[in-house]
Design a protein around this ligand. Structure first.
Ligand code: IVH
Length: 706
């Protein structure tokens, strides 16, 4: 009898009918089965069985364990803590995504922010744009949902689309009303803001923690994060947290016409808003406010890391919309980086996934802005030469937000006589291949390509990273582990890990640092990613210059992996339509096209991709339903100066209706929209006999869909 059919029989037997051996087989099956349902329920929101069936699996597991205590597994579902079957919070999908903000560091960035808004909206320079400015609190963002004035759900930001349900935890957070005050709130109201810890609360917490030998937190932000996301809500309740409101998600009716108005409304409903807030009407006013907040930063009761500016008028916000993951109508103006002095012990060379050699400063560890820093980037060899940075130097380092720490300058007074300039190696420190700096390039690159282990590991790390395959439990450390053990050397190997492990004499669960639970969790997380969206896959390949935005653009243009592959291979010719189509995509220039073509022209890359594709289901890119859009799937070119729409707004609008916007006119163009002073493109359109529309015609044409 083969093992399968025996398993099958065992599952049909009552606990009292089982032999000890059969009990072991059945407990193993139940452990795996219950874990799978836990993950379907908690992580993927796609339960396959009813709660009652789930409970009966658990009861069967308990009954067998009661009869055979010696057969209880380490990973038994009965050993998992708490009433909830799986560790972790359940997931909440944000009906309106929770986005992040673009950053500004210099005054000029603010001038540019406003100029960009004017360009987008097609406004002249004299037109005033009022901006609401308020401090940027350094905590965790959180969404509170109210139905008929009653708090019904709280969620963390998570990845922006899905967060964690922290409804229980948030009950004890100061500034979270359980019932709204006032009366004019919408029936459905999702208020967003920041959960943070005040300085005095932070100090008191750390003193208590220290006194009882508990964890001491490095800074208030870490303390807030560690306190809010506690599975045991009674721990959260013992930690002093505060909530300030500054934004909103889903609402059943508008909250006002301006940010200022919404702020006042939020305050009247019982929320604390971020003070000081100021309505600014010019760059000068904005910068003056920024400096005054910066100067009084130390007097605020909590940490702030900058000032946020938001276009006050909500109708303008609506028109401005979003780029990638941040609104066009808001920006965070960060305070300057915190600096500190330390010893630069050694300069080492790191090899990236595209072979770039990056010098890294290894420092005597030092605390900067609440975080211990022991490494800083030196960017490239020119930067080292320009700042004359040497091993053994005392250096000033700085860190701003989540940016990698940098070496700002060298304290020459401390330099010793034996110090010597740093010499950049001419060979890759990882594989020994020549490292070459091409003309016009700032970086030196290892020419080892496929034989360089460092490049392979970095490519794999990128492949599983958050914006790519995002495989939980497969971080940098684990990738390196599997690579060094020869278990994963190319992306497709990841999806064969579980099968490999089944046949292994030294299975993962017996390896140091792993257990049955972590191994099974990892395999389940990998399994969950066999289905992947085309844009994520393209980004994951780690092609030079192809970031998330470009990956999305390519997915949208070509629709499927097969079409993308054949089109790019064809484009290698450079004189055909495939090439023209490629560089015609607005957002892809010849340099990017070169890198794409080079990637797909490499036979090894094709092999790796074939191997990977055999393991995956790659979802075709589906253009979102845009009603009865007359321009869905059509290619549009805008030329000349548009009167009512800014150029970028016109483009964003067309794309939101499912059209592709191209940079130049070809016979594949469906519509050419001409503004005033249109030049050669309008002429070419006439020559090709294309549909040419005025701006007014265009607006009328798309109006029914928009
Ligand atoms: S407005 C679309 N206002 O900063 C996002 N955000 O780095 C609109 N933050 O995710 C956000 N203080 O968690 C806004 N006064 C403030 C803020 C603020 C802190 C956070 C927020 C956001 C993050 C972006």
């Amino acid at each position: 009898m083969d093992e399968r059919s025996e398993d099958y029989d065992v599952a049909g037997l009552a606990p009292e009918q089982l032999s000890e051996q059969q009990a072991e087989v059945e407990l193993a099956r139940l452990a795996a089965e219950i874990l799978r349902h836990d993950q379907l329920y908690h992580q993927q929101d796609t339960p396959e069985i009813s709660d009652a069936d789930y409970d009966s699996l658990k009861r069967r597991n308990d009954a067998i364990e009661a009869r055979f205590p010696g057969a209880v597994r380490d990973d038994s579902p009965s050993k998992r803590v708490g009433a909830e079957p799986a560790a972790g919070f359940s997931k909440v999908r944000h009906s309106v995504p929770m986005l992040s903000l673009g950053n500004a560091f210099e005054d000029e960035d603010i001038t540019e922010f406003l100029a960009r808004i004017r360009r987008f909206l097609g406004l002249e320079e004299e037109v005033e744009i009022a901006v609401l400015a308020e401090p940027k609190i350094d905590g965790l963002s959180c969404a509170l949902r109210y139905e008929n004035g009653k708090l019904v759900q709280a969620a963390t930001r998570g990845d922006g689309s899905t967060g964690e349900d922290i409804t229980t935890n948030v009950q004890s957070v100061a500034g979270v009303p359980k019932h709204l005050t006032g009366s004019d709130w919408p029936a459905t109201l999702e208020i967003r803001g920041e959960v943070f810890m005040r300085h005095d609360d932070f100090r008191a917490l750390n003193e208590r923690q220290e006194a009882r030998g508990g964890k001491v937190f490095a800074n208030p932000r870490n303390a807030a994060a560690g306190s809010l996301r506690q599975l045991d809500a009674s721990i959260t309740a013992s930690r002093p947290l505060t909530f300030y409101a500054y934004a909103w998600g889903e609402v059943s009716s508008p909250l006002g016409k301006t940010m200022t108005e919404v702020r006042a409304n939020m305050a009247s409903w019982g929320f604390t808003v971020n003070e000081p807030g100021r309505l600014c009407r010019s760059v000068e006013e904005i910068l003056a406010f920024y400096r005054s907040v910066g100067a009084s930063r130390a007097e605020l009761p909590h940490d702030i890391d900058g000032v946020v500016y938001k276009v006050d008028r909500l109708d303008l916000q609506e028109r401005l919309g979003f780029v990638s993951r941040a609104p066009r109508w808001a920006i965070a103006h960060k305070f300057p980086a915190e600096q500190a002095e330390t010893l630069l012990r050694e300069i080492t060379i790191q090899v990236g996934r595209t072979g770039a050699l990056t010098p890294v400063a290894n420092l005597e560890p030092i605390t900067v802005g609440g975080v211990v820093v022991s490494r800083a980037t030196l960017h490239n060899e020119d930067e080292i030469a320009r700042k004359d940075i040497r091993e053994g130097d005392r250096v000033v380092i700085q860190r701003a937000g989540d940016v990698i720490p940098q070496v700002v300058s060298v304290l020459l007074d401390h330099r010793t006589a034996e110090s010597a300039p740093f010499v950049v190696p001419e060979n890759c420190p990882e594989c020994g291949s020549a490292a070459i700096r091409e003309e016009g390039e700032a970086v030196r690159r290892c020419t080892g390509g496929l034989i360089c282990p460092a490049q392979s590991v970095e490519r794999l790390k990128h492949f599983v990273s958050r914006n790519a395959f995002d495989i939980e439990g497969l971080g940098d450390k684990q990738v390196k582990f599997f690579f060094e053990k020869d278990m994963v050397s190319k992306p497709g190997d990841i999806f064969r890990l579980a099968a490999l492990d089944l046949d292994s004499l030294t299975p993962l669960r017996k390896q140091p640092g792993w257990g049955t639970q972590s191994a099974e969790n990892l395999f389940a997380a990998i399994e969950a990613r066999r289905r992947i969206s085309l844009d994520r896959l393209i980004f994951a390949l780690g092609i030079r210059q192809i970031g998330q935005t470009t990956a999305r653009l390519l997915a949208k243009t070509y629709g499927s992996l097969a079409k993308l592959r054949s089109a790019i291979v064809l484009a290698n010719d450079r004189e055909n339509d495939a090439y023209d189509d490629l560089i015609n995509i607005d957002g892809i220039g010849p340099a990017m096209a070169d890198d794409l073509i080079a990637f797909f022209a490499e036979p090894h890359n094709q092999e790796v991709l074939d191997d990977l594709a055999a393991e995956l289901t790659v979802e075709d890119y589906v253009v979102e339903e845009s009603g009865d859009s007359p321009i869905a799937g059509k290619t549009v070119v805008f030329t000349g100066k548009l009167e009512t729409l800014g150029r970028s707004e016109a483009k964003a609008k067309a794309e939101s209706l499912g059209a592709k916007v191209a940079g130049s006119v070809s016979k594949k163009t469906d519509f050419v929209v001409v503004g005033t002073d249109a030049g050669s493109k309008a002429r070419k359109a006439e020559e090709l006999g294309l549909t040419v529309l005025s701006e007014a015609d265009w607006l009328a044409f798309i109006a029914p869909a928009g």
